[in-house]
Ligand binder design. Sequence first.
Ligand code: AHM
Ligand code: MG
Length: 336
Amino acid sequence: MSQKNQTLGEFIIENQASFKYSSGELSRLINSVRLAAKVVNHEVNKAGLVDIIGAAGETNIQGEDQQKLDVYANEKFIQTLTNRNIVCGIASEEEDDYVSINSQDENNQNKYVVLIDPLDGSSNIDVNVSVGTIFSVYRRITPVGTPVTIDDFLQKGSQQVAAGYVVYGTSTMLVYTTGDGVNGFTLNPAIGTFYLSHPNMQFPLDGRIYSVNEGNYIHFPQGIKNYIKYCQMEEGDRPYTSRYIGSLVSDFHRNMIKGGIYMYPKSSKNSNGKLRLLYECNPMAFLAEQANGKASDGFNRIMDIEPTELHQRVPFICGSKNMVEKAEEFMRNPEN
Ligand code: AHM
Ligand code: MG
C-alpha cells in the first residue's frame, strides 16, 4: 500500500518482497539507475550553460553523430552499474558490443544483464526539448559465475524482469515496472529525492493523439497511410490531434497519461523503421503492456520477436490498446 509522500527508496524496499525472484539484487539495480539518473539529470539541466552540447566528434555503430551528453550519459550509467558490482553484463545503444563485468571473478554471482539507451532523442538537447534514458533488465540464461555471452542479451522482450525510463522534462521523472504495474516518481531537485507521484499508471483504452513523423509519409506502407487518414477524418471522436516531439520517451509518456498512439513504421527508406528492438522497443512495450496498453510491429507483439542482433531495428506501434489494434487492422488490410 503506497503512502503519501513515499520516496522511491521507500517504495523499492516496501515492494522488494513482492518480486518473485526477490533477493535484493534487483532493488539494488533500480537504486543504481536512480543514482545515475540524478547525475545525468544534473548534467542535462546544464546543457545551455556550459560547453557540453554539440557533437562529440564521434559516430556510434549506427553511423549517427554522438552528442557529448550521449557519451556522458553512457559513461555514467555503465560506471554506476559496474562500480556497484550489481550486474554481470551491460549492452548500450552507444556501444558496438556488450560489456561483460567481472568475467574473471568466479565469485561474481550477479544474475542480471541490463540493456540501455543512455540518452534517447539527444538531437533535441541543443534546442531545450525533453530527452530520456531507457533501460531493460533480464536474468542471464548462461550459468552464474561465468562470463556473459550474446545469448544473455538476445532474449525476447517477454523475458524482461524490469524496464523503465527517465524523462528529463519540465520535471524529471523515473517510470518503471518490475512486472507488477507501472509507477512514476518525480524528482524534487532541491533535495535530490524521487517521490511517488504517479502510482499505477494506465494507458486510457482509447485516445485522441497520434504521434508519427509525417515528413516520412510518402515512404510509409499503405496501411499506415490509410490509418493516418483515418485519424484525420471528421467522424465520431475524430479528427485526432497530432503531437510529435521526436523524443520517444516524451511522446510515450504523454500518450500514456492522455491516451494516444506512437508510430515509427518501416518506410521505403528504412525497411525496419528506425527504433532498436532491444534498447527502445522492448522496454517501452513492457511498460505499455503493464499499463494496459499495447505494442506491435504492425502484425506481431513486439515482446514475442526473437532478437537476432544487438542493434536490430523494428517497426514500432505503441500506445492505447484500441488505437494500436485499429492501426494493426489497417496494416492487415492495406487495400481497404
Ligand atoms: P536516437 O536513439 O538516435 O535518439 O533516435 C531515437 C529517436 C526517438 O526518440 C524518436 O522518437 C525518433 O528517434 C525520432 O526520429 P525522427 O527524427 O526520424 O522522427
Ligand atoms: Mg535511442
